[in-house]
Design a protein around this ligand. Structure first.
Ligand code: GLC
Length: 481
């Protein structure tokens, strides 16, 4: 099957969050399946273009139409990827390579990704790859099924399109003028994209794609409810017949405590007691916490965004730090209110709390390895990958039972039996605190049971092989091939 995967980020080239991880591992997993040809298209951001590690050749130059605009498109082929995925970068200085900033966050992001979505279809045509299915991701490529159906059926008569929601909070809202000015679509498409007299590109994708997926089974069900859907519950309920949840995997080669080059010591499910102890001591030293092997180290690697449940942690943090002999380490950047909170907390409890307000993938690995307990009290979580990374590195998760957290962390009882971590059902600080206390209690009072729980987490198969087969099932269903 010919599969084109389109996204605004993909590791190792460029990544801001979980989408980037998925765009590294899913294409590779699909390419491992016999008979598949997989193409991945990403914007040619400055950071990628300037990285000498990526050998490229310029294949095509043309203009992409966007409303009244004709914008340059250069198609670069990556020459040195080894796993069978063919990567193309869409080059445009004005929208991508000439922008100094990070990936997202410019005033004209709507126009940038509308351009990218259309340029992807032009790229596929230019390189002569007529896919059986296109899989596109989140609002940045949400216009692909719209453009495909409205303007490109001549070139791609039988191509089917899957739209995958990784995060429904960001939907691609724009002023209603965006429809004519930037998209330049035939007027009969206005209704598809219109929401509250504005343009909502994610709504357009949900209504235009052949199938819609999201990144866990529970989140697919949750999306029917206003609490989770950020205004799209009605649209998704109408589209329920074509909505499926496929729980993400993780890249088990990258995230492997036996080989991870970022770690000071390596270990597996048999040797983790000594291996993790070495990683913990090194981590405590690295972040400036006292080296105490028997004090539980609670860790978090996260974007500091509200929906990650940081308000719950903020609510219980001081009480927890005063009552418990425990350490807390947080790594991440994001909203100023949380950056400040953790910085202040670390100043208040210098022997117990460390806050690393930065984005550092190697340190993230060392935290998965050196921690004892991984906190993830997200208010909502489409899938979540770091709880799986944590378990693979033998760190016990304490999570809010929502979305992908519910699907990947079955609850253990107070003896640590029957599950993989500690969970709470309703989103409030007391319940989070209680779940955390159950975990700490087990750590202090029954280390053998705690270790059994760590080992079970490490033995889970979180690889992409199974989810990739589920994607294939849907691709077959869509394309009839
Ligand atoms: C988004 C979601 C996260 C998910 C990731 C990859 O970042 O917030 O839950 O794991 O996408 O699908």
């Amino acid at each position: 099957m010919k599969i084109a995967i389109l996204a605004s980020e993909g590791a190792p080239y460029i990544k801001s969050g979980g989408l980037g991880d998925v765009m590294e591992a899913l294409p590779a997993a699909l390419a491992r399946i016999d008979g598949n040809e997989v193409v991945l298209i990403l914007p040619y951001y400055k950071k990628i273009k300037e990285n000498p590690a990526y050998e490229v050749e310029l294949l095509h130059k043309f203009n992409t139409t966007l409303g009244w605009r004709k914008q340059y498109t250069g198609v670069y082929r990556l020459k040195n990827r080894k796993d069978g995925v063919q990567v193309y970068f869409v080059d445009n200085l004005y929208y991508f390579a000439g922008r100094p900033g990070a990936i997202y966050g410019d005033m004209d992001d709507g126009e940038r990704y509308a351009y990218f979505s259309r340029a992807c279809l032009e790229t596929l045509a230019a390189v002569g790859f007529i896919p059986d299915v296109i899989q596109c991701n989140d609002w940045q490529t949400a216009l692909v099924p719209v453009f495909l159906n409205a303007l490109y059926r001549g070139i791609f008569p039988d191509t089917r399109c899957m739209f995958t929601i990784h995060n429904i909070e960001y939907q691609g809202w724009a002023h209603s003028d965006f429809f004519d000015d930037v998209l330049g679509l035939p007027w009969e498409w206005r209704g598809r994209l219109d929401m509250s007299n504005s343009v909502n590109v994610m709504k357009g994708a949900i209504e235009s794609a052949d199938l819609v997926t999201t990144v866990s089974e529970t989140y697919a069900r949750e999306l029917m409810y206003p609490y989770y859907a950020h205004g799209l519950d009605g649209i998704l309920s109408d589209a329920a017949w074509k909505l499926t949840g496929i729980t993400n995997g993780i890249d088990v080669n990258t995230f492997n405590p036996e080989t991870d080059p970022a770690l000071p010591a390596h270990y597996n499910a048999d040797s983790f007691v000594t291996g993790k102890a070495a990683c913990k001591a090194a981590l405590q030293a690295e972040v400036g916490l006292p080296i105490k092997p028997d004090v539980p180290l609670m860790v978090m690697v996260t974007r500091l965004a509200g929906h990650k449940g940081l308000d719950l942690l903020r609510y219980i943090a001081r009480k927890l730090m005063m009552q418990e002999d425990a350490q807390l380490l947080v790594l991440g950047t994001g909203e100023a209110q949380f950056e400040q909170f953790f910085t202040t907390l670390a100043e208040e409890f210098p022997d117990r709390v460390a806050a690393k307000i930065t984005f550092n993938l190697a340190l993230a690995s060392r935290i998965y390895a050196g921690g004892d307990i991984y906190l993830m009290p997200s208010k909502s979580e489409p899938c979540g990958l770091s709880q799986m990374n944590a378990m693979r590195y033998g760190t016990v998760p304490v999570v809010h039972s929502t979305g992908g957290l519910k699907d990947t962390v079955p609850p253990a009882d107070e003896n640590g039996e029957g599950g993989l971590g500690f969970t709470f059902q309703s989103y409030n600080g007391e319940d989070f605190h209680a779940a955390l206390e159950r975990c700490l209690h087990l750590y202090h009072n029954d280390r053998t049971a705690f270790r059994a729980l760590q080992r079970r987490g490490m033995q889970q198969n979180f690889s992409w092989d199974k989810p990739a087969l589920k994607y294939m099932e849907l691709f077959h269903r869509m394309s009839g091939k």
